[in-house]
Design a protein around this ligand. Structure first.
Ligand SMILES: *[C@@H]1O[C@H](CO)[C@@H](O)[C@H](O)[C@H]1NC(C)=O
Ligand SMILES: *[C@@H]1O[C@H](CO)[C@@H](O)[C@H](O)[C@H]1NC(C)=O
Ligand SMILES: *[C@@H]1O[C@H](CO)[C@@H](O)[C@H](O)[C@H]1NC(C)=O
Ligand SMILES: *[C@@H]1O[C@H](CO)[C@@H](O)[C@H](O)[C@H]1NC(C)=O
Ligand SMILES: *[C@@H]1O[C@H](CO)[C@@H](O)[C@H](O)[C@H]1NC(C)=O
Ligand SMILES: *[C@@H]1O[C@H](CO)[C@@H](O)[C@H](O)[C@H]1NC(C)=O
Ligand SMILES: *[C@@H]1O[C@H](CO)[C@@H](O)[C@H](O)[C@H]1NC(C)=O
Ligand SMILES: *[C@@H]1O[C@H](CO)[C@@H](O)[C@H](O)[C@H]1NC(C)=O
Ligand SMILES: *[C@@H]1O[C@H](CO)[C@@H](O)[C@H](O)[C@H]1NC(C)=O
Ligand SMILES: *[C@@H]1O[C@H](CO)[C@@H](O)[C@H](O)[C@H]1NC(C)=O
Length: 469
């Protein structure tokens, strides 16, 4: 059977034969002493991806997350490893050095040849999720450029040079999709058809800013747990690029580029819950995921970054649940910040933007509405939202290094409210800021960045992305 990679390589080489010639080296460059090897082909030579978009209307051929024998309802909490605190951190070398200038210890440092593959179900499913994410970004960035005219981008403050940056970000996704496909192997998920809610450039930018937030944070949640240290290295080198994309989309969105000292990591099922609703259908035999789709969570008074004063945000100024992307047309012109006369209050694309009136603040009342489980979502409507939690009692705020809970009050059916907590990660660094995650839970379980996924059995709905800054 011909390998998938040979086939993909052949396609890519054929395509590149018709591509524009590569830039020539300038004449004063030193003479090349080695013949350049051909660059490895990419999986998507068709950089625009599937061009059809829209909802799915068919019947799923299968439903539910991938699963087999499930051994227990949750992972029990255990005490720390007995050797976790035995290293003497006094600045001296404690063990003989394996080689000059080489302190003892580390993982994958003993000379064993690295093998860049997936080494467990955890690795496979995590990389497959990350690949679903890279594919949608590849489609999304191209789709935005194809959907809105140059005039519409100009009117939103983005020049031809800015649009080329979005184009380049799409090209980066070609590389990321290729890398992850190569690591996973023949059964790697392929690109799907997507359905987006945005209708304006500003909504597109806010959607990208939010989608790349969980793309980035979704990987930070599992990178440190991968069995394959080798593949983790390459994924890290992709996700740091994605982190730059997130920052740039914040700049395009006219919000402060990085209002936090640390970027949060979240569990895979949170990223999948946020991502799946935008995938309308995938080709037959698409590799399925084992992660959970939680019921959707809407923030009814999500701070609207298109407003001069986000405190005036009304109910449902969003175009979707989950991501809770801003609605730009709901804001009356006199209340909108784009092109505002006050330089400090405007929200035009800029390297940095002070918002005189912050988008949110501790003590703010935040209203929610959530779905009940059992709703079909995701590719071909073939995943079903679920929860194992009881009644919602808390709002979990995941931002920077912290997971903080506030009580959910005034619950009526599937609506309720809470008050934005006042916590700092470190002195001078309010924890709740930026584009961050909120989840409804039935318990205020204590979790920290390395064991945050332990809270999943207690998630009632969410996450939603809260626009805290
Ligand atoms: C080197 O380290 C790996 C784990 O990183 C381990 O599996 C292997 O046994 C070690 N090899 C030697 C020769 O110690
Ligand atoms: C999803 O639906 C499309 C269109 O009906 C179909 O071609 C495809 O095989 C379906 N994919 C899966 C994984 O069932
Ligand atoms: C899906 O997989 C089955 C079983 O391997 C195969 O018979 C079928 O041709 C595949 N369908 C597509 C569209 O690749
Ligand atoms: C807001 O959206 C929710 C669903 O997300 C809906 O139930 C509610 O009626 C909407 N409220 C208003 C005032 O439009
Ligand atoms: C934004 O809100 C306006 C006014 O409620 C509504 O007409 C429009 O459909 C909304 N936009 C989207 C993309 O949902
Ligand atoms: C920007 O905001 C910071 C923090 O609120 C403030 O210290 C600074 O003076 C502001 N800069 C300008 C130019 O307003
Ligand atoms: C978030 O950070 C921005 C920029 O530093 C600051 O102006 C704003 O007040 C912060 N928001 C909160 C809720 O602390
Ligand atoms: C929440 O409920 C309490 C009493 O049940 C009521 O006094 C309060 O006004 C409610 N708050 C909001 C914001 O609806
Ligand atoms: C937030 O995280 C920091 C760093 O881990 C920790 O020192 C602090 O106690 C946490 N704060 C809360 C309220 O959990
Ligand atoms: C998560 O880790 C913290 C230590 O950082 C520990 O105190 C807590 O009990 C753990 N939570 C669970 C649910 O295992």
């Amino acid at each position: 059977m011909p390998s998938y990679f040979q086939a993909a390589g052949l396609l890519a080489l054929t395509a590149s034969a018709f591509a524009a010639p590569a830039p020539q080296a300038t004449t004063d460059a030193p003479a090349a002493t080695a013949t350049a090897a051909p660059a490895p082909p990419v999986v998507s030579s068709q950089v625009t991806g599937p061009t059809s978009h829209g909802p799915y209307s068919g019947q799923p051929t299968t439903t539910g997350a991938l699963s087999n024998t499930v051994l227990a309802a949750s992972i029990p909490a255990l005490p720390p490893n007995p050797t976790a605190t035995t290293y003497l951190a006094n600045g001296e070398l404690q063990d003989p050095q394996p080689a000059p200038y080489t302190p003892a210890g580390g993982l994958g440092t003993n000379g064993t040849e690295p093998v860049y593959n997936v080494k467990s179900d955890f690795d496979y499913q995590s990389f497959a999720l990350a690949l679903y994410q890279e594919w949608i970004e590849l489609d999304l960035f191209h789709h935005g450029l194809a959907t809105f005219s140059a005039e519409e981008f100009e009117a939103a403050g983005l020049t031809a040079e800015d649009r080329y940056l979005i184009q380049f970000m799409a090209d980066q996704e070609v590389g990321h999709s290729t890398l992850l496909t190569n690591i996973i192997g023949e059964s790697a998920p392929v690109q799907c058809t997507y359905n987006y809610p945005f209708t304006t450039v500003r909504e597109f930018l806010d959607f990208c800013q939010k989608l790349t937030r969980f793309g980035e944070s979704g990987v930070y949640g599992f990178l440190e747990h991968l069995d394959s240290r080798e593949s983790a290295t390459l994924l890290l080198q992709s996700i740091t690029t994605e982190a730059r994309q997130q920052l740039i989309f914040r700049q395009f969105d006219g919000i402060f580029p990085m209002p936090v000292w640390f970027e949060v990591g979240v569990p895979q099922s949170w990223a999948w819950t946020l991502l799946a609703p935008y995938i309308s259908e995938c080709p037959a035999n698409q590799t399925r995921l084992a992660w959970q789709n939680f019921p959707a969570l809407a923030i009814l008074n999500q701070p609207n970054p298109a407003r001069l004063d986000a405190r005036q945000t009304g109910i449902n100024e969003t175009i979707d649940t989950g991501m809770n992307t801003l609605n730009s047309t709901v804001v009356p012109p006199e209340e909108a910040c784009f092109d505002a006369d006050d330089e400090l209050a405007d929200c035009n694309p800029r390297i940095s933007q002070n918002r005189t009136i912050p988008l949110s603040y501790p003590g703010r009342q935040v209203y929610f509405s959530w779905e009940t489980p059992g709703r079909p979502v995701g590719p071909n409507n073939s995943y079903i939202t679920s929860t194992t939690a009881g009644a919602p009692k808390f709002v979990l705020w995941a931002s920077q290094l912290n997971v903080t809970y506030s009580p959910l009050t005034n619950v009526s059916g599937t609506t309720g409210m809470t008050v934005q907590p006042d916590v700092s990660t470190f002195e001078g660094d309010p924890a709740v800021n930026g584009t961050m995650f909120v989840v409804l839970t039935d318990l205020d379980l204590y979790v920290t960045p390395f064991n945050i996924s332990q809270v999943n059995p207690h998630v009632v709905a969410g996450p939603a992305l809260y626009q805290a800054g």
